[in-house]
Design a protein around this ligand. Sequence first.
Ligand SMILES: Nc1ncnc2c1ncn2[C@@H]1O[C@H](COP(=O)(O)OP(=O)(O)OP(=O)(O)O)[C@@H](O)[C@H]1O
Ligand SMILES: [Mg+2]
Length: 313
Amino acid sequence: MTTPALQARDVTMRFGGLTAVRSVDLTVNTGEIVGLIGPNGAGKTTFFNCLTGLYVPTEGTVSYHDKVLPPKPHLVTKAGIARTFQNIRLFANMTVLENVLVGRHTRTKEGLWSALLRGPGFRKAEKASEERAMELLDFIGLAHKRDHLARNLPYGEQRKLEIARALASEPGLLLLDEPTAGMNPQETRATEELVFAIRDKGIAVLVIEHDMRFIFNLCDRVAVLVQGEKLIEGTSEVVQADERVVAAYLGEPFEGAPGDAEAAEVEAAEADAAAAGAAAPVTDAAPADAAETGTAPSTDGDKSAGTTKGEAQ
Ligand SMILES: Nc1ncnc2c1ncn2[C@@H]1O[C@H](COP(=O)(O)OP(=O)(O)OP(=O)(O)O)[C@@H](O)[C@H]1O
Ligand SMILES: [Mg+2]
């Protein structure tokens, strides 16, 4: 069951003096949904770009089913890896159906000239392609909008269409870069279901997201990138419980978030209450320590008392 699909080994990407990705190892097995999280600028998209041949990694290798991938996007797609982009890349003036058909071209034997000349081989292939594209549109729930221009779709549907276009290349591994960015909670839940359905079709998924609920609900394993390095990798439970992740990532987006003011007020009120009621009938060590600290200067000097207390707490 644990057959590796994607294996990134020691992948490093430098831009001049900046190391955006540093010696990252990551495996995605067939049948798995793996999450990649980390703060803004951690190197997640850069890592995706290294996996898909958009960037040639400064060091390291990327293999798919034990074959080293050449760093060329069309060859990576041909090998069986498809992706969506953080910034949606659809053909705005093409229809929904045409956008999916574009995604199929790596899988159709008919070349560009055949397409332009519209010979009989092309017509047959075109019909099969269109059927498959419609199946995919049905799968993501956009079949009824086949003739709409991509640019007229609401944002959430454009993201879905990107997924359909990626699926059109019949991948064995799908890379999703922030698939729920800009979506409302219902759309996010629907996308969660969609990713499960994709996995159930036998396609492995590697997904970048900032929405932690989405990631932890969905993923079999989660890897955390911080400043280009992999901090930890494990099940959702393990990653969620890791203090470094909380400090480096989960804590950060909420600084200054709504609720912080209230939290500060509560803390201040608690501090006031503690100061006023140090002698109250609380039998724990804390008030006693506070009393000790108050009397310490007369005898203890400044070295020992403070430090030992600090360490003990
Ligand atoms: N083409 C490039 N040239 C120079 N620096 C780059 C390039 N692409 C990315 N970087 C830098 O690499 C670092 C990682 O960026 P990246 O976009 O991979 O982060 P990210 O984890 O995807 O962030 P976000 O969550 O905001 O999308 C950043 O400091 C970024 O400025
Ligand atoms: Mg990114």
